[in-house]
Design a binder for this molecule. Sequence first.
Ligand code: ARG
Length: 590
Amino acid sequence: EDYGSSILGRLSDLFRKAIKEAFPSLDVALLMAETSNPTFGDYQCNSAMPIAAKLKATGVSKRPGDVAKEIFAKIPSNTEFLEKVEVMPAGFINIFLKKDYIKKQIWSIAKKGLELPKISKRRVLVDFSSPNIAKEMHVGHLRSTIIGDSICRLLEAVGFDVLRVNHIGDWGTQFGMLIAHLYDRYPDFETKLPEISDLQAFYKESKKRFDEDEVFKKRAYECVVKLQSYEPNFVKAWETICDVSKKYNQYVYDRLDIKIEDFGESFYQDKMLNLVDSIKKTHPGVLREDEGRQIMFPTGCEVPLTVVKSDGGFTYDTSDLAALNYRINQLKVDWAIYVVDAGQSLHLETVYAAGRDFGWYDESVKRVEHVAFGLVLGEDRKKFKTRSGETVRLLDLLDEGVKRAEKSLQEKGRHEVMNKEELEAARDAVAYGCIKYADLSHTRTQDYVFSFDRMLDDRGNTAVYLLYAYARIRSIVRTSGVSEAELSDYLNKTSVLPLDHPAEMNLAKQILKLSDCVLQVLDSLMLHPLCDFVYQLATQFHDFYNECYVIDKRGDKTEIHFHRLALCDVTANTMATCFKILGIREVSKM
Ligand code: ARG
């Protein structure tokens, strides 16, 4: 692996080696952290305490301070990035970075561009968004869509081969009533795609008839049978309903710049038949009879999977088993990520356990994981609903965001300084950026409160704040009068950026933390640290800009600080890199 400009990665390698040399027989995880107080250095190694505890358990008594000294003794004194390393009596090891190293790194980024860590090419599948046909996408699916897309963007940025998969709910007995209703309401559906503007209402209508009308109910069942035996007219009707639904979803995806491919539950129909047959052969006795159903209890699970229903049909469990099998054994993915609400955790964990029981994958080689997220709540902290208690249509929500973004730009008088195209670009970037950022900046596993007022507040940790900050930096460089050629000329003539003001140095150190942050996010698949990173970056830029002249005008004399312009550029590029991962459109004028 190539850690890119990761400082923590390099430091960790160094300290891991030192610990191994000092205490060859001990196996302890390295504890390395950023310090919050600069008097204790930039980073701190806190491994001496757990090592002392481990030694004690083996009968060797050593104080943490002495353990730290032994580690310290194995740290080479001539690295290019360590200024000094100091041991505290309590066992903390304080690490100070060399200023020259930072100056050089920043110069290199200014000259050659930012390098993210590169992970050797591996195949990863991300199952996200995954709405159900006919029932419209709701805010829960919006969360999955936003988080899943951002995870994909991150993985792509570090070199993974990413499969973006939409596991849509496009099969099941509910299609019986939908098809029967389609025949009644849109008899000419075979020749033209019906204009069903509100699929939710269509679903409700057919459900009502199904519940109240025995004749209709019987017809609905017949439709299911005919669909399952692939009678062409019924397949056509099913396709029609799916197409209407997918068309709607596609609007949402297009507006949010989301790319995703459909491999819905229907894709696994024939695969489920084969799978159940082969399970019965290879693992006889695993499927148990239970009131006509065939169920299984994977190792360590208390709730069974229903693999075959009493009428012989398959379930959500079966399709997820088939999907897992296909992903691992056919697509040969190294890593499978399921971005699904936390409510489905038990279901997914049970499916994964079954996969391991069947020997499909070994946890030490492949990563198969549920990336869970909490609910979206309204400002009343109850489940997010419209005023009349309906589920919120995503397109309406996006429209509302656009409207509010426009209003907030108007209020700032932006329409006076920007032309129509610029204004529209800014409006959409703000609207969609805010919705995405509000989601991503919250701890994924917790519920989060959806509030336009908060997400459009330009003073807080929001996309608007960041977009303004970004546009401002771009404009500083643009209006400096220094051309790109002049700036690159300057960079060619030197090999370090002078960063002698503390605010410059702070900003530079923050920029260099991006790679570490990216590695951290890759591990936890929590995006909020990246949001914190870019917010912090914007704040530090602000401090830097307040304290340091980029362009110095005194009387009729103008001095341009080229290295500071370069630092502005690097900051903006670093922000742009984060925006790209977070799925936020950058606009250079706001
Ligand atoms: N369609 C499901 C739902 O809306 C989510 C599917 C998630 N992916 C999966 N492989 N189960 O709840």
